[in-house]
Design a protein around this ligand. Structure first.
Ligand code: SF4
Ligand code: SF4
Length: 187
């Protein structure tokens, strides 16, 4: 009889393409937390998050903002003495939480990621005017106004295209992406 995979196993499975060591190689040295530029804004430091994954504290891991606040700078990954791809772990938890719809509704990150993926899948390119609404309202009317003014100036200078750009052979690209990630019906 096969046993159900633990949360740590599930995250390990999502790291199949990573060159790094599994999370249980962590020696809790704290180098990742010490080097992380946004650790002060995280509910749990990277070191604690790795420890929580190893302890299979699934709900606590998914409920914290740590992986959404990760800036993907890879400082932690290149400095980890145990060779754990911590930035890759953060991406793995993001994917896990989006696919299982277990992310916190009050965070900008999940909505931004979803909008980014949909934009890229529809046209093959990122397009800022479609991404901006996912976070602009979050920061209040003043920030919304500032962003709108900046975007208009950049559009007038030709730095942001008026219409979303599309790549050639878009269907080939979509078929390739569909083999990697689950896409919604409307994508
Ligand atoms: S740097 Fe690596 S070994 Fe040290 S606490 Fe972070 S994940 Fe664990
Ligand atoms: S990759 Fe993420 S967790 Fe690692 S140091 Fe950078 S911001 Fe922090």
């Amino acid at each position: 009889m096969t046993s159900k995979p633990t949360f740590r196993d599930e995250i390990a499975n999502l790291l199949y393409a990573s060159q790094g060591s599994p999370t249980n190689a962590c020696i809790q040295c704290g180098t990742c937390s010490g080097t992380c530029p946004v650790a002060n804004y995280m509910d749990q430091t990277p070191r604690r998050l790795i420890g929580m994954i190893n302890a299979n504290l699934k709900e606590d891991v998914l409920d914290c903002n740590t992986y959404w606040f990760c800036a993907s700078c890879y400082h932690c990954t290149v400095r980890c003495p145990a060779d754990i791809d911590i930035a890759g772990v953060m991406y793995a938890i993001k994917r896990y939480s989006i696919w299982n719809k277990t992310y916190r509704e009050d965070l900008v990150g999940p909505r931004f990621s979803e909008a980014f993926m949909k934009t890229v899948i529809r046209s093959g390119r990122s397009y800022e005017p479609l991404l901006a609404p996912t976070y602009m309202f979050h920061f209040g009317p003043k920030e919304f106004f500032n962003e709108a003014v900046n975007a208009s100036k950049m559009m007038l200078k030709g730095r942001i295209p008026v219409l979303p750009p599309r790549i050639k052979r878009l269907d080939n690209f979509k078929n390739m992406v569909k083999k990697i990630i689950p896409l919604g019906e409307n994508s």
